[in-house]
Write a protein that binds this ligand. Structure first.
Ligand code: MOS
Length: 743
């Protein structure tokens, strides 16, 4: 097959759905129903929707002893109040979906127990949202209250730790010429996407339709099939637009089951939107961690040993233990002796979940801060220290790296950032009242891949429709997959439409873990290649075609026109070919399944930050940032920048602002709103820049991509923390870095 010219991939396209979004025509789950906008592509719209509002527990642990719903039920427009006292028993069968955790998921309204502050204890349905909200405020719940345990720092871990060892880290630490020991602490963070978590549920003769905010339409489908004991085939999930998610719309959280239950109980479509406050306990979060690092090195900074001891919070009913948090300690640097223990600490809280760069970003704060501490201790430049510990292969698996352009990331980053102008002495640079410092950190994230399917249809008018049940939570999947399809079909981008977010479409994996471009992108390319080959075969076998008799591998398609590669004048358009052959359309199914690789596959980066710290007030301002990334091939440079720069904004948040604060006396989250849970705003964000080192990874997938959305976050917080140290000479080992810590 002749290689297709790549015109769309690599071009800095704007989002194909951008106009829909900025004009308010993109329909998110909470926007439904839309009375006057027609439904595109035969996607149904609910009618006669009523509203559900959840009543949350006001204690952190205990039992419900009484629920008085009389005042609520006396209001006009109230349809029903459901609690454990009148809820039907739900089967809650095993969910074969891959997002299940060890333990038992929260079963809504199935018993009188309160497991965490904010647990749903009742739901009110009414014909208007206002009536439902008012009624919910009138539901009176009595409790037998116990004291919850919610503080990671003084609660015991459960069970045996997960461990990893190579060599003898303890012995190597004892004999190391240089030894450091530090404990880092990371606060709980909430994803806080712009779009609230929302579901509309409608039953028709035992069949359930959900309009949901989700990163994976199969996830609520499988969860509700298990919870209600009905076949997955009887559930359709529709989710064409997602207003940010960062990992928190991967699992189907309890409110989705509540919406479906409520709709079944009142026999009407029900809309349930979690409030911003309810998000803090209704869905997951990045768990808080304690991460102890001990490292040993020789005088030249070559690591001889690293020991990592981690503790992370989880709920009592499920064990969330993210794999990625132990990986960097095992494979990022040449380290002959490594020992790790990872303990989970069950608390009276709801269950944590992956959040952007899950595990890796937590580990990077500890490991990359520790490397900076070692560099300072030895008086070695932080980049030079990392270069000296750059491994030849992946020591955790003894496998070669597929591609690892980390040295190039350091070199390019140092040059572009002006690293060599840096005075290595901490607290050596001032700008008025501001102490100025620079820091850097390494980023790494697993290249994940999963099987997918896609359907491709080319109509006789020369336009194509490509469909797969993936999602676009914001990275621009609609656009980047359109680019892949356009090149493979030889069409202009405007002639390709991509549809996603519907369980009726061919299956796709979770839209998370930076795996969508590798997995669904390769699948889309496969389907479009097959369709193009069909068209070429049709042409070269058609005696009326100018391409009659040409070898198929000598034909390419460009701008909707098939022609001989070396003789562009000889050819015809898809439209001419299909019309003459009386074909309304051509269709093909694409699929791709990743093969077991002999190599260790990761995306990498080097992140550089300059900060100013007000010497009298302890305020930290990021002054500029640069990220240099090895993420394989970049399909969509403008969207890549959107990911990379957006992640820097997110990383500024976790470094300096974001902190979910729990009152440990009763388990209540005290800053459950965007006024008190601080996220970066425009004034917090300086000039940001991202560079992508050139090169594809052909072992990873046919597109040569390694995934971008996670790795771009991983190094941001430690780069800022290291810059704060350089500015002030003060090492802060707790995130977020507070003004108090710097005074
Ligand atoms: Mo991302 S935490 O894999 O949605």
């Amino acid at each position: 097959m002749s290689p297709q010219p790549q015109a769309a991939a690599g071009a800095p396209l704007s989002r194909v759905d951008g106009r829909l979004k900025v004009t308010g025509q993109a329909r998110y789950a909470a926007d439904l129903p839309h009375a006057r906008t027609p439904s595109p592509g035969g996607v149904p719209v609910p009618e006669g929707v009523v509203h559900a509002v959840v009543v949350d527990s006001s204690i952190g642990r205990g039992r419900i002893t009484g629920i008085d719903t009389s005042a609520a039920e006396a209001l006009t427009g109230i349809l029903k109040v459901i609690s454990h006292r009148n809820a039907p028993t739900l089967p809650y069968g095993p969910n074969p979906g891959s997002l299940n955790l060890p333990g038992e998921r929260l079963r809504v309204f199935q018993d009188d127990r309160v497991r965490f502050h904010g647990q749903p204890v009742a739901v009110v349905m009414a014909t208007t949202l206002e009536a439902a909200q008012h009624a919910a405020s009138l539901v009176k719940v009595d409790y037998d209250s116990e004291t919850p345990v919610t503080d990671l720092s003084d609660a015991p871990a459960a069970g045996e730790p997960r461990t990893y060892a190579r060599g003898d880290a303890e012995a190597a630490l004892r004999s190391a010429p240089v030894r450091l020991e530090m404990t880092y602490r990371l606060a709980r963070n909430h994803h806080n996407a712009m779009e609230l978590h929302a579901t509309v549920a409608q039953w028709d003769d035992g069949r359930l339709t959900l309009w949901d905010k989700t990163q994976w339409v199969a996830s609520p489908r499988d969860e509700l099939a298990a919870n209600f004991g009905i076949p997955a085939e009887s559930i359709r999930v529709i989710s064409p637009f997602v207003g940010g998610a960062f990992g928190n719309s991967a699992r189907a959280w309890p409110h989705i089951t509540i919406a479906a239950l409520a709709a079944r109980e009142v026999g009407r479509p029900v809309k349930l939107v979690l409030t911003r406050r309810q998000l803090y306990f209704g869905v997951g979060y990045r768990p808080s961690y304690e991460y102890k690092v001990r490292l040993g090195s020789d005088r030249g900074g070559r690591l001889t040993a690293m020991a990592h001891d981690l503790r992370a919070e989880t709920s009592r009913y499920e064990t969330f233990a993210e794999r990625g948090v132990v990986a960097p300690g095992q494979m990022l640097y040449t380290t002959p002796n490594v020992a790790q223990t990872f303990r989970t600490v069950p608390l009276d809280v709801n269950t944590p979940t992956p959040m952007r760069g899950p595990g890796y970003s937590t580990a990077a704060f500890a490991v990359e801060s520790a490397m900076d501490e070692l560099a300072a201790e030895l008086g070695i430049d932080p980049i030079e220290l990392r270069q000296r510990n750059e491994p030849e292969n992946d020591q955790s698996s003894n496998r070669p790296f597929s591609t690892r352009r980390l040295r190039e990331c350091y070199t390019v980053g140092a040059r572009e950032f002006g690293w060599n102008r840096r005075n290595p002495t901490p607290r050596s640079t001032r700008d008025g009242d501001w102490l100025v410092g620079t820091g850097m950190a390494t980023a790494v994230y697993d290249t994940l891949r999963a099987p997918a399917q896609a359907r491709v249809r080319l109509d006789a008018d020369g336009s194509a429709l490509v469909e797969s049940a993936t999602s676009d939570m914001g990275p621009g999947t609609y656009t980047s997959l359109t680019q892949v399809a356009a090149d493979s079909l030889g069409l202009a981008v405007r002639n390709v439409t991509f549809r996603l977010g519907d369980t009726n479409l061919p299956t796709a994996p979770l839209h998370g873990g930076s795996l969508t471009m590798a997995s669904v992108g390769s699948t889309v390319q496969d389907g479009c290649d097959k369709l193009r080959q069909q068209a070429i075969a049709l042409a070269v076998g058609d005696s009326r075609s100018p391409l009659y008799g040409v070898a198929t591998e000598d034909v390419v398609v460009r701008g909707g026109r098939l022609h001989v590669t070396n003789d562009p004048a000889r050819g015809e358009t898809y439209r001419q070919l299909l019309t003459r052959n009386e074909r309304t359309h051509l269709e093909a199914m694409g699929s791709w399944t990743p093969t077991q690789s002999r190599s260790s596959m990761y995306a990498y980066g080097a992140v550089f930050a300059e900060v100013g710290v007000d010497a009298r007030l302890g305020l930290v301002r990021v002054r500029r940032m640069l990220g240099v990334f090895d993420a394989g091939r970049i399909i969509s440079p403008k969207l890549a920048d959107s990911q990379a720069l957006g992640a820097m904004v997110g990383g500024i948040g976790s470094a300096l602002l974001e902190h979910t604060v729990t009152d440990h006396r009763d388990g209540r989250i005290v800053n459950a709103d965007l006024a008190d849970y601080l996220v970066p705003v425009n004034a917090d964000v300086p000039e940001l820049k991202a560079i992508y080192v050139d090169g594809r990874d052909d072992e990873a997938d046919p597109l040569g991509v390694k995934g971008l959305g996670e790795v771009v976050l991983v190094g941001v917080a430690p780069a800022i923390a290291n810059a704060v140290f350089h500015a002030t000479g003060r090492r802060v080992r707790d995130l977020p870095i507070s003004a108090e810590a710097l005074l």
